[in-house]
Design a protein around this ligand. Structure first.
Ligand SMILES: NC(=O)c1ccc[n+]([C@@H]2O[C@H](COP(=O)([O-])OP(=O)(O)OC[C@H]3O[C@@H](n4cnc5c(N)ncnc54)[C@H](O)[C@@H]3O)[C@@H](O)[C@H]2O)c1
Ligand SMILES: [Zn+2]
Length: 365
């Protein structure tokens, strides 16, 4: 059975995220050609990476463009400094709109430069990866890396708008697609059971990024993240739920060659398993999680050995001292943060690795 999806593309849908400083317009299904309307005719400088400019630059309304650089190595203070100098050269002033057009890297750097140049320029994002549309461009966090520590320097500042043009995703390579899909599954698992069911019923269309299905994934994912950010912009409580699957995910990403989304997928499978082990989640619910990851072609096993994974997790920057806020599931669509001693989490993890489900997860086919 599959939920019917309209073949005819609907018009854009907009939702406002009310952050502390300002209201951010989140538009899904709009087109990049609408930029002028969103920047209200203000002078504008686009920041983008070369791949996006090559593939989609022809669709950008006329105006100056600055190349950000590509990949994590572009998220540095040195690169931010180079971009400040470009802004100086282009005579950007406090009325100039910066617009980041690209993946999470471009959005993070543009948001950081906009927050700091002249103590703050208006900024908007046109996210071009699924991960950036459903996650990185939403919520106001921006930043750069320092000495191998990700996002060590940055601010929380909502953009004026986020414009999700679904047509931009047509050129996305499959691996980038999986990065975004994993975060969509995360949003469904922590807060949206209906989105989870929709994913179950449309898994093949979701992994192919069929347009009608993608629109719903993006819209509903944004709704989950925006609602959480509105209630807890500075991550004092509920925003921690967005870390679901990421404690083990980050350790797996570091220890293996898996991409962020693939590592998070394995991390979510482990977290679902640990939720059963702790008596929080009924086993059949965890099995639904495993089946969905399989159906989407997302991994839930890793080559890394359990001991080194746990060592990696102990270095997680989200822990405080010997304790960690680990995100479990109480049911599909309901995450819960539990503060526990790392030693207790390790004991739970060891028990799960020895359990039937855990053994299955660590058997390498
Ligand atoms: N600020 C936040 O809240 C937040 C949340 C999650 C992730 N992030 C950050 O996001 C970054 C990852 O973002 P990402 O996964 O988008 O990676 P990315 O920005 O590096 O983009 C991945 C690759 O896809 C290419 N690309 C972009 N759009 C494309 C398109 N439409 N077609 C074809 N290729 C395209 C890019 O050029 C790049 O090579 C990380 O630095 C991470 O820390 C931030
Ligand atoms: Zn992530």
């Amino acid at each position: 059975m599959s939920t019917r999806v309209d073949a005819k593309p609907a018009g854009p849908e907009e939702r406002i995220l009310r952050g502390s400083g300002r209201a951010c317009r989140l538009r899904v299904g709009g087109r990049i050609e609408e930029l002028d309307e969103l920047t209200g005719g203000a002078p504008r400088i686009v920041l983008a990476d070369e791949t996006v400019l090559r593939l989609h630059g022809g669709r950008l309304p006329a105006g100056p463009v600055v190349v950000v650089g590509e990949g994590e190595q572009a998220k540095t203070l040195a690169n931010a400094e180079r971009l400040y100098e470009e802004l100086l050269r282009l005579e950007a002033d406090r009325g100039t709109f910066l617009v980041g057009v690209g993946g999470g890297v471009v959005c993070d750097v543009t948001g950081f430069v906009a927050a700091t140049y002249l103590r703050g320029l208006p900024v908007g994002f046109v996210p071009t990866t699924l991960l950036a549309q459903v996650d990185a461009a939403i919520g106001g966090k921006n930043g750069v890396n320092l000495r191998g520590f990700k996002n060590l320097v940055g601010t929380i500042r909502q953009p004026e708008f986020v414009l999700c043009d679904l047509g931009l995703l047509e050129t996305l390579p499959p691996r980038e697609r999986n990065n975004g899909l994993a975060e969509v599954v995360k949003h469904a698992l922590i807060a949206d059971p209906a989105l989870f069911t929709f994913l179950e019923e449309n898994a093949a269309a979701a992994s192919a990024l069929e347009p009608g299905v993608t629109r719903r994934l993006v819209r509903d994912s944004i709704a989950v993240k925006a609602a959480i950010v509105e209630r807890d912009e500075r991550e004092a409580g509920e925003r921690r739920l967005l870390n679901f699957g990421h404690s083990f995910g980050h350790a797996i990403e570091k220890a293996t060659g898996l991409s962020h989304g693939e590592a998070v997928s394995v991390g979510m499978a482990i977290a679902a398993g640990l939720s059963v082990e702790r008596g929080l989640l009924p086993r059949p619910e965890a099995e639904r999680v495993f089946r969905l990851l399989d159906a989407l072609g997302l991994p839930r096993r890793t080559e890394a050995d359990a001991a080194s994974l746990f060592a990696g997790l102990r270095k997680d920057k989200k822990r405080s001292g010997s304790r960690i806020a680990f995100i479990f599931l109480e049911r599909i669509g309901r995450g819960v943060a539990v503060e526990l001693e790392l030693d207790d989490l390790e004991a739970l993890f060891s028990a799960w690795v020895r359990s039937a489900e855990g053994r299955k997860a660590w058997e390498h086919p």
